[in-house]
Structure formats: structure tokens, C-alpha cells
Design a protein around this ligand. Sequence first.
Ligand code: HEM
Length: 176
Amino acid sequence: MSHTASNLWHLLRTGWQGGPPSDAPPDAAPDAPAQPDTDTEDAPVPIWHVCFVTGAGAGLVGMGLGIAMGLAKDFALTPVHAHINLLGWVCLMLYGLYYRAAPRPAGRLAWTQVSMAVVGFVAMTGGLWLLLTDRVPGIAQPVVIVGSLMTIGSMALFLAVVLRDALRPRRADTAR
Ligand code: HEM
């Protein structure tokens, strides 16, 4: 395995919590309880609360916008409404449900993933709103582009989290 591939493998297995890759065999102690995850246990709120609060807030705003569009019979902001509901309400709630049920502590990789998802969601929907209402046109498009790249980046990181969780040894208290 190349050096880069070996580092990526280490990252997936440890979720960015370890030091440099060691030479120990990857499956040395599959039944040993994992080390406490200080990143997660020291966090002021669990990661799923961040997802649920942001997701429910987005759902309220998205549905409110839907009602406002219906009342005004003006559907110009339909793409904003759709993306607030789908990226904010649906995606963030699904991320939260995964982290709530995950057999592993979240760790830095997961916090990076959720942070990127939230920032990407705000940038993409805010940028779309600026674009469709013709406000600061020079800024709106780059904001949408950056937001959408962060959004797809967060989905790539989510895949990395899921793969990491599938590959790391289970915690004894959550083994099933
Ligand atoms: C109170 C709740 C909601 C209201 C009042 C509402 C209202 C609307 C309205 C008025 C439109 C525009 C329809 C048109 O252009 O003819 C629309 C489009 C859309 N809505 Fe909602 N909506 C609600 C909830 C949701 C939720 C929860 C989601 C997704 C999870 C969603 C996803 C979409 C999508 C994807 C479109 C675009 C459909 C298309 O262009 O074909 N909406 N909604």
C-alpha cells in the first residue's frame, strides 16, 4: 500500500483521533473496548442534538417559506424552499439519526462532517436566495458554488464516517 493510501486507511480506522499510523496489525485486538472518545465526551452537546436542532429549525423555516409562497402565489423561491427542506430538514435529521444510533463515538471526523453540512447548507440556501432575488449578484453565485462543494464534501465525509464505523472494533457496551 502506498504511503498516502496507508494514511487514508489509518484515518478511516481512527476517525482522526490517533497519532501517525503505527505498524501494529490493524486487527490486533478486535474485542478490546475502544478508548474513551474525549472529543465526543467533552463536547458541550451531543452531535445529534446539533443535527436535530438545526434540522428542525430548517424544517420550520422551509415549511414557513412554502406557506408564504402559497399565500403570495409567487413560486420564484421554490428552489430555496426545496433545498432548505431537503438539505436542512431531511439530510441533517438523517445525519443526526445515524449518530444517535451509531455504535461508535462520533469523534473529530464526524464533527467536521456535521460542521461542513451545516455551513454548506446555510451558504447554499442563502446564496440561492440572494441569486433568485437579485441581491449582490457578484457574491451570490460564488456563495452557492462554495456551499454546494461543502455540501457534497460533507456527504463524502459522512461516507468516510460510516466506513470508519464499519471497520473499527466495536465498543463492548454497544456490541450487538
Ligand atoms: C408546510 C409544508 C410545506 C409547504 C406549505 C410547501 C409548499 C410548497 C410550494 C408552494 C411549492 C411550489 C410548488 C410549485 O412550484 O408549483 C413547493 C415545492 C417543493 N417542495 Fe414544498 N412545501 C412544504 C414542505 C416541503 C418539504 C418537507 C419538502 C421536502 C422534504 C418539500 C420539498 C419541495 C420540493 C422538492 C419542491 C419543488 C417541487 C418541484 O419543483 O417540482 N416541501 N412546496
